[in-house]
Write a protein that binds this ligand. Structure first.
Ligand code: SF4
Length: 229
């Protein structure tokens, strides 16, 4: 089980700037269990967004949003409401948001951060989808996680080493930044990459982020680097 926690309303409203019609999605799994995106929280957010002038074209709560087949069925049942929306706002963990992004050629906003549960990550089809970094960046990356899926955990674009869409570190896996660029291009949102994602606060993440090198030559997580490093 992952631990989603709803993002502050101001942050969510910032994501929705320029959009009026929103479809809301919640989850009866982890998100309901942690009171971050079950039916009650979805209905409360609906009211809050309406008070800020947004039109909610529809809402749905899926039993397990990270289950692609279940989510596809639910989205099909709400096809007209989803089509009428400018975007879909998803109240669950990073794995569930990415499931929805895989299913829709439409802007998908993350409504939650996913906190560290101390070890269990979200695996889907033998691939890690969310490493519970505590401050979800899926808003800026087309709903595809560069932390779980980029070998270098890069946040502001590709490293320049990928070849023909493959990762420089492991040519057998696709370069996730190529996938992010392709999706943002399809959505007409490539300009999202023009805004810099600030240095990340890894203290809320279990991994403490990618390692950096001490002056001594030893590798260490960001939080433990020498003062003179
Ligand atoms: S950015 Fe990635 S690792 Fe962080 S919460 Fe979102 S999906 Fe999970």
């Amino acid at each position: 089980m992952l631990i989603p926690q709803q993002k502050p309303l101001d942050e969510i409203l910032g994501y929705l700037e320029g959009e009026n019609r929103i479809f809301l999605l919640g989850c009866s799994g982890c998100a309901d269990g942690w009171e971050a995106g079950g039916e009650q929280q979805v209905l409360r957010l609906k009211q809050e967004l309406e008070e800020h002038g947004k039109i909610i074209t529809g809402l749905a709560v899926v039993d397990m949003l990270c289950n692609k087949a279940l989510t596809a069925l639910k989205l099909a049942a709400h096809k007209g409401e989803v089509r009428a929306a400018d975007s879909v706002l998803v109240l669950t963990d990073g794995a569930g948001v990415q499931t929805v992004a895989e299913l829709l050629t439409k802007t998908v906003h993350p409504g939650c951060n996913t906190l560290s549960s101390g070890g269990g990550h979200a695996e889907w089809k033998e691939a890690e989808r969310c490493v519970e970094c505590g401050d979800c960046v899926l808003e800026y990356t087309g709903g595809i996680c560069p932390i779980a899926r980029c070998a270098k955990h890069l946040l502001n674009g590709p490293c320049g080493g990928s070849q023909k869409g493959s990762c420089e570190v492991d040519p057998d896996i696709p370069c996730v930044w190529q996938q992010i660029i392709d999706r943002l291009t399809r959505l007409g949102e490539l300009d999202k990459l023009e805004r810099l994602v600030a240095p990340k606060n890894w203290s809320v993440s279990l991994s403490a982020g990618p390692p950096v090198k001490r002056v001594s030559g030893q590798w260490a997580p960001f939080g433990e680097i020498d003062e003179d490093g």
